[in-house]
Design a protein around this ligand. Structure first.
Ligand SMILES: Nc1ncnc2c1ncn2[C@@H]1O[C@H](COP(=O)(O)OP(=O)(O)O)[C@@H](O)[C@H]1O
Ligand SMILES: [Mg+2]
Length: 419
């Protein structure tokens, strides 16, 4: 990182602007100016050519976005970092689409700020040597779509709650999303989403010979959350004699048709689960803090990590399905022998859905669980975290040095939205 990078601060609130400037100056950054959302902003940007522009994202939002775009035009080389109280994914998305490189939450603290600036200005080689792998999985199929298979060693740990809410959060973020229920034992996505579907996964597999990209969507039911659902059949016996190769073909067609395919599974290694795990770009493996669940999960993580030949696809995830537990998250991580990617907080309404079947992330979006799942969707999609992370924090989302263009964050979601 070059020493003393030049920074321009844009914030309509003089007090907050002064506070951010003070923070920067005390940390030996060079502040080339501080302005509001007015025409001075692009003028200063074009005159002083700052390497980084920090901009407050707040009401009036149209003015904030206009200022951001004007500065981007005036100083296209600058990395724009927005800071805001607004943690919802739509706000993050608007700011990123308007041209910001990163998004941090307010009140601005020096740690987040300098981390973001350092990442923006890190030379390519330094960035490649970064300590953490990117959370967002690189698309394996070259088509910028991702299969997310939610799995666990034990039942009742929140797989369906996570799958349904994660799919809804991805759809809400503008990512065309399919949700597939491969739980051959308790396939209850349809019940959780209050859908009465006409067709199921089994129908799609049966019709595999006539199935292609043009008609695969007709097997899915559109849900009010925006998610397209391919549910399990009503009877567990309906799954009998399902050909795994045809099941893989169905998932392949879906991944060509949708930008994200979220798969719910049973807590057992059936042929179909193996197919879904092999197809996965990311597999959150859930455990509660129940000692038996943690004990059962450790060998499964090991097995998956070695058999999928890609440890970073297998993501240990702790779900607090109880308000208290004898085990701590740190103890669990130690027993699992792996860094925990995500932690989902306890919420007594976790399984809640409204009359239309819209899940928690949509109808109770401000709860901690909703925010964590929204944050998880954002990290999977390659967006910066919209909210302070729940400990232990997931790895930061980092664009690969080879792909990164100044001022542009090549997140998967950005590509998905624009594709
Ligand atoms: N974070 C959470 N907080 C509280 N209860 C939860 C949480 N996640 C899931 N649950 C509850 O745990 C139970 C099992 O969840 P479910 O998604 O059906 O598990 P699985 O699909 O793994 O069998 C449900 O009653 C659900 O509401
Ligand atoms: Mg389930």
């Amino acid at each position: 990182m070059p020493s003393y990078p030049r920074i321009l601060v844009i914030d309509p609130d003089a007090e907050s602007r002064a506070e951010v400037q003070r923070l920067l100056v005390n940390s030996r950054y060079v502040v080339v100016g501080g302005v509001g959302y007015d025409e001075e902003a692009p003028k200063l940007a074009s005159e002083f050519k700052p390497q980084v522009v920090l901009i407050a994202y707040q009401e009036p939002v149209p003015l904030a976005l206009r200022a951001l775009q004007a500065v981007k035009e005036a100083a296209p080389e600058a990395f724009i970092i927005a800071y805001s109280h607004r943690g919802d994914i739509q706000s993050v998305r608007r700011v990123i689409l308007a041209g910001a490189w990163d998004y941090i939450s307010r009140p601005v603290n020096l740690k987040d700020l300098s981390r973001s600036i350092e990442l923006a200005l890190a030379p390519a080689s330094e960035e490649r040597e970064g300590p953490e792998p990117a959370v967002a999985a690189p698309p394996r199929n070259g088509r910028h779509s991702a299969v997310v298979t939610v799995f666990s060693a034990k039942g009742g740990v929140g797989k369906t709650v996570l799958a349904v809410n994660l799919a809804a959060a991805l759809a809400e973020a503008g990512c065309p999303t399919a949700l597939v229920d491969l739980d051959t034992v308790f396939g209850d996505v349809a019940r959780m989403t209050r859908l009465t579907p006409q067709k199921t996964f089994v129908d799609a597999v049966r019709d595999i010979d006539s199935l292609d990209e043009s008609n695969v969507s007709s097997y899915l039911s559109e849900h009010p959350s925006g998610v397209h659902v391919l549910p399990a059949p009503p009877q567990p016996t309906d799954w009998r004699e399902l050909d795994p190769a045809s099941a893989m073909r169905v998932l392949d067609l879906l991944r060509h048709k949708y930008k994200a395919v979220v798969v719910d599974t049973p807590a057992t290694f059936t042929d179909l689960v193996v197919v879904a795990l092999e197809a996965a770009d990311v597999a959150p493996v859930l455990t509660t803090l129940d000692p038996i669940s943690v004990e059962a999960t450790a060998p499964v993580l090991q097995l998956l990590s070695s058999s999928l030949h890609a440890e970073d696809r297998v993501r240990p995830t702790i779900n607090h399905t109880r308000p208290a537990s004898p085990l701590s998250e740190t103890d669990a991580a130690e027993q699992l022998g792996r860094r925990v990617s995500w932690v989902l907080p306890y919420d007594q309404y976790a399984g809640f859905r409204d009359e239309a079947g819209r899940p928690l992330v949509l109808c109770r979006s401000s709860t901690r669980l909703s925010q964590s799942i929204t944050e998880m969707a954002a990290s999977l999609a390659g967006l910066p975290s919209p909210l302070p992370a729940v400990a232990p924090a997931p790895a930061p989302v980092r664009p690969s040095a080879a792909e990164r263009v100044p001022g542009e964050r090549p997140s998967i979601l950005r590509r998905l939205i624009r594709a």
